[in-house]
Write a protein that binds this ligand. Structure first.
Ligand code: FAD
Length: 365
């Protein structure tokens, strides 16, 4: 079997792998990114709301709070510079009961704890949408939407401009720890051949598969998956929105919201329920629940106004409500496992790549 020696391998061509690979490509001469699919970003990175989050929900000092806040600024700046389509449209978070109004107060207090001072209670502007029912509404002006596919293409271009190599249709099958680092067994679906990469630096950005890969390196079940599925439905009615509309958060999500895309189409979602399999089909059983959730703040909506869109699966961790950037050395090798990288992962990606770069700097130099 052919064996090649390179400096660094990134497993996973979603937004986290691309962002990290792009930053590391200025430090390594030989850096590869492998993606099992034939196109980049076909899993969680293209099954989400494409919202640039403000960072208001996450616990102070958590990695989510830190990376979301920093990532939001870096992302707006990057999109501006690279002329990638985006809109700082703002969002309303609304309450429909007194209990939910208390939740709005908690969100306001949390955002102040996290040093975000642009949230305001605003009940006048939401009246421009008479079809929305709300008791109180909070407005977040720094929330936005963006074209995440153009963003990923731009990261890939920069990575390849720095001589990074992207291998599509290449799947990591096995990882072995060696005295010099790691040997990675890869299956190239294009040639049907297998080959081995010898690497010193390994980045595991495999999304829904990242926990399994990390556990094979540690040879124990150090981390445990908790997959939370979310479904989207497209709105077929005639109302239009210029802002995003969010209800208050639920147990597993920040709420089944109404989002606009850059073409001003409206979609509702994502719902949130546990699953153990990676299956992107809609569940017939969930549709009525979904419809009822939307109806609580959009009372005139009819079931036939909703048409199934896509679904996505949040790669969260059992017992840990945060991102984990797990770095460890084995002999001369160093591995970075990016785990629990669920929402707000798009928003945080450029801050994540800076964090990985800085935490590896001691090993690189
Ligand atoms: C329903 C939903 C809504 C969301 N909404 C938002 C939002 O509005 N804003 C926001 O900021 N974030 C949002 N997120 C979060 C965001 O989408 C994710 O954090 C982000 O896309 C994760 O990117 P990733 O690169 O880590 O994972 P992925 O995009 O899943 O990429 C991992 C890649 O690794 C590849 N791979 C896996 N195993 C192997 C292997 N063995 N060999 C080679 N390749 C492999 C996969 O094919 C995949 O392409 C949302 C997530 C969900 C599920």
């Amino acid at each position: 079997m052919d064996k090649y020696k390179i400096d660094c391998l990134v497993i996973g061509g979603g937004i986290s792998g691309l962002a990290v690979a792009r930053n590391l490509s200025s430090h390594f001469q030989d850096i590869f990114l492998i993606e099992k699919n034939q196109y980049l970003g076909q899993e969680t990175s293209s099954r989400n709301s494409e919202v640039i989050h403000a960072g208001i929900y996450y616990k102070k000092n958590s990695l989510k709070a830190k990376l979301c806040l920093e990532g939001k600024e870096l992302l707006y700046e990057y999109l501006e510079r690279q002329k990638i389509d985006h809109k700082r449209c703002g969002k309303f978070i609304i309450s429909t009961t007194d209990e939910e109004t208390e939740e709005l107060e908690k969100i306001m207090n949390n955002s102040i704890d996290c040093e975000i001072y642009d949230l305001e209670f605003n009940n006048s502007q939401i009246k421009n949408y008479p079809f929305i029912y709300s008791k109180e509404s909070l407005f977040s002006p720094s929330t936005g939407i963006f074209d995440s596919h153009s963003f990923m293409s731009s990261l890939r271009r920069e990575f390849e401009h720095n001589e990074g190599k992207t291998l599509l249709g290449n799947e990591c099958l096995k990882i072995e720890i060696t005295p010099k680092g790691f040997e990675i067994l890869i299956h190239d679906q294009n040639t049907k051949e297998k080959f081995i990469l010898e690497v010193k630096f390994l980045i595991n950005a495999a999304g829904l598969a990242a926990v399994d890969i990390a556990n094979t390196i540690y040879e124990e079940k150090k981390f445990k998956n908790k997959f939370i599925k979310g479904e989207y439905f497209n709105y077929l009615g005639k109302e239009k929105l210029e802002h995003l509309i969010y209800p208050t958060p639920t147990k597993y999500s920040i709420g089944l919201h109404a989002t606009i895309d850059l073409g001003k189409g409206i979609r509702f979602g994502p719902s949130a329920y546990e699953t153990t399999t990676i299956d992107y089909n809609h569940s017939e059983k969930e549709k009525y629940k979904f419809y009822q959730s939307v109806k609580s703040y959009w009372p005139s909506i009819k079931e036939q106004d909703l048409s199934p869109g896509y679904t996505g699966i949040r790669p969260t961790l059992e017992g840990i409500d945060d991102f984990i950037v797990d770095i460890n050395s084995f002999n001369e090798g160093v591995v970075v496992n990016i785990l629990g990288y669920s929402s707000p992962g798009l928003t945080s990606s450029l801050a994540l790549s800076k964090l990985v770069e800085s935490r590896l700097s001691d090993y690189i130099n």
